[in-house]
Design a protein around this ligand. Structure first.
Ligand SMILES: *Cc1c(COP(=O)(O)O)cnc(C)c1O
Length: 420
């Protein structure tokens, strides 16, 4: 039987939920709500699953920082020896502040500015994943001016067939990411002529919340064919970066275990000498975090009952933005008869909901845990309605670290001024 919760280190003790060895009630009492709560053991287990599946193979797992960029989270991965996939100069600064190794950083994104390129060159990152012909030229120029050589990979779109894999959204010809597969050879030839670039590898990232390895295998095979074609022309690539995208269980999805997901890819790379890189985000952090919130009011209605909680769409945007499903569980067991509730926040928008039609046995003042909130939760939060962002807390065994203080209202307008 699978674990009752998608969060592996969440469990019930005497009718109340605990993450690792810490009762969620104690976290709410100490740090208030809403609060994001992460499990160090769950983060570590998720990373180790990649490492173990990759075995002794020459490889690097670069955590995709945009999924959760809290320094506490980054420091856990840095200590495990992870690399990092960044999409901005800000994320690079975070990685370095958290003790990450710049030499294991890959820089993705379609809009890198000159300043970001300079910053990344000075830090000595491992590789720029270049996403256009224009970026190639600009990077060569910036590197030349800085007296450096920029290591590059081209991010190509393997254009994996959407009919066979309907959920793929970023590996197609028709989106803004990467360069067209058919244009890649000419761009590599161009890169080989540019004096301040050093060709390092090739990259792709075909989509997110993938529940099947098949499209990745198809993409990997296309990349391998490209690598061989380039080698025949004398352009040698030393690393192949397959991006992120492995999905997680939010509700009843059954994503493959990491080892299961990687097995066919490793088979496709059997006997190849290139370093194999991955950029997982969601699968490393998604189920290592939850959003802890308190019920402010219960509001019965003729058609629907509402549980109005102190977290809102500014804290967790995914339900409002993508109609995403997150499991919601009561922190304390009650003997009340369960009722069906809309779980909504205090924000003045009808779209401000966290979950629809959930059966819960709760009373006013009770705590709820919104699960699978470790990825694209806090990083997509905002201050809409002048709401300070939530505290973030890391549980480690029986210890708790506050890894981000709750924002105060003064924080929110400290950089603003009324007219004189
Ligand atoms: C977002 C992103 C990732 C991480 O994707 P997940 O679905 O969270 O694993 C990896 N690489 C790139 C280039 C990305 O944009």
């Amino acid at each position: 039987m699978s674990h009752p919760y998608p969060t592996p280190t969440l469990h019930a003790v005497n009718g109340a939920l605990a993450l690792e060895d810490v009762a969620l009630q104690d976290i709410a009492t100490r740090y208030g709500t809403p609060a994001y709560v992460y499990s160090r053991a769950a983060l570590t287990a998720a990373f180790e699953a990649y490492r173990q599946a990759l075995g002794g193979r020459r490889s690097l797992v670069c955590y995709a920082v945009k999924a959760n960029s809290n320094l506490g989270v980054l420091s856990v991965f840095a200590r495990l020896g992870a690399g990092f996939d960044i999409v901005s100069g800000g994320e690079l600064a975070r990685v370095i502040a958290a003790g990450g190794d710049a030499g294991k950083v890959v820089f993705s994104g379609v809009g890198k500015s000159r300043a970001e390129m300079r910053q990344a060159l000075a830090a000595g990152i491992r590789c720029f994943n270049v996403e256009s012909a224009a970026e190639l030229e600009r990077l060569n120029e910036v590197a030349g001016d800085a007296g450096r050589t920029a290591p590059i990979a081209l991010r190509v779109n393997p254009d994996v067939d959407p009919k066979t894999h309907p959920y793929i959204s970023t590996g197609l010809k028709s989106n803004k990411f990467g360069v067209a597969f058919d244009d890649a050879p000419a761009l590599y030839r161009r890169a080989a002529q540019l004096p301040h670039l050093r060709i390092h590898g090739v990259a792709c990232h075909i989509g997110s919340q993938l529940l099947d390895a098949a499209p990745m295998v198809e993409a990997a095979q296309k990349l391998l064919a490209l690598v061989d074609q380039l080698a025949a022309e004398g352009i040698a690539l030393d690393h192949i970066d397959l991006g992120g995208g492995l999905g997680i269980r939010y509700r009843d999805e059954t994503p493959p275990a990491v080892a299961e997901y990687l097995a066919p890819l490793l088979a496709a790379f059997e006997g190849r000498k290139e370093e194999l890189c991955f950029e997982p985000g969601r699968s490393l952090v998604g189920n290592a975090g939850l959003l802890l919130t308190r019920i402010e009011y219960l509001k019965p209605g003729e058609e629907k009952n509402f549980a109005i909680v102190d977290a809102a769409m500014n804290d967790l945007a995914r339900p409002a933005l993508y109609d995403a499903y997150h499991e919601v569980v009561a922190v304390h067991e009650r003997t009340l008869p369960p009722q069906r509730y809309e779980i909504v926040g205090p924000i003045c928008e009808s779209g401000d909901f966290l979950a629809h039609d959930r059966s819960l046995a709760v009373a006013e003042g009770d705590l709820l845990a919104i699960l699978s909130a470790g990825a694209y939760g806090m990083t997509m939060s905002s201050n809409y309605n002048t709401r300070g962002r939530a505290a973030e807390v890391m549980v480690d065994g029986d210890r708790v670290h506050l890894v981000r203080e709750r924002e105060t209202v003064e924080n929110l307008f400290a950089a603003e001024q009324p007219l004189p």
